[in-house]
Design a protein around this ligand. Sequence first.
Ligand SMILES: [Zn+2]
Ligand SMILES: [Zn+2]
Length: 341
Amino acid sequence: MTDRDPAADLRRIAFCLERALEPSYRVKAFRTAAATVDGLQREELEHRAATGSLTELPGIGKVTATVIAESLAGEEPVYLRRVESLGLTPVAQAADDLRQQLRGDCHTHSDWSDGGSPIEEMAVAARDLGHEYVVLTDHSPRLTVARGLSPERLREQLDLVGEINERLSPFRILTGIEVDINLDGSLDQEPELLDRLDVVVASVHSKLRMERDEMTARMVAAISNPHTDVLGHCTGRIVTGKGRPESEFDAEIVFAACARFDVAVEINSRPERLDPPKRLLRLAYEAGCRFSIDTDAHAPGQLTWQPLGCERAVLTGIEADRVVNTWSADELLSWTRAAAG
Ligand SMILES: [Zn+2]
Ligand SMILES: [Zn+2]
């Protein structure tokens, strides 16, 4: 049994309440109870906890008696746990907590398309960051500027990933693609191949200035495609340098479709993207969407960018249970397969 000090737990509760700007009269009960506990032997406290007579002591009420009893039993008092975590954690801390819960990254590129490093280097870097898996999502054929993979090259890549996975096990590279959403909302790869892949991220890369209604229809068509698992960087905005404005679409309709077809909205962590903006993240959250917090890394060092996305999730109230890459690889796969079913 862990030895806890009931007086220290009471004072810690007071400290947390004060830090959360609670008025001192409400905090006083905990400091008073701590002072009472200071003057007593542990045996007496234990006897009173066993017989339910702690509240007979001066300055100890029901709440503080419960704290003392739990502490004596070696448990972290429930009240303490509540005040330690509820609304008291600074954003950075909460973002870090969320990052620690991420077990993989669902959007990364290798030198097979426009990334800078071989697949294995990306995988080893992801493993060394503590990930259990990384999804390799090189570009699709029509994105020629990014050396998008033809069906033949993608088939070759799948064979290579299989070989690398044998070497890196238990770490896993999951197969995937960042497939272009064509102008008519269809996806830029053979359906048979999309079906074979573990994770399909669908993104708009062309004609980003399309008229609003057309863009909405285009995106909804891609979202409703049973192969689509994640909607990549949905507005296409660039927030650094000369920048690029957001694409225009009816976000309520698009996010309702994501919720309906169980497609995760990507929180793209690239510093120049940070896409979608927070107002849209809130909207997607309210629509009931899931999320995937990804780096869209094109080089190993960029795999460290997830905290930027985590911070935005925290700021918009998105909890870990909405984030698909907090799941294990197997859980993720059963989700993408069900979604594809
Ligand atoms: Zn992209
Ligand atoms: Zn990408």
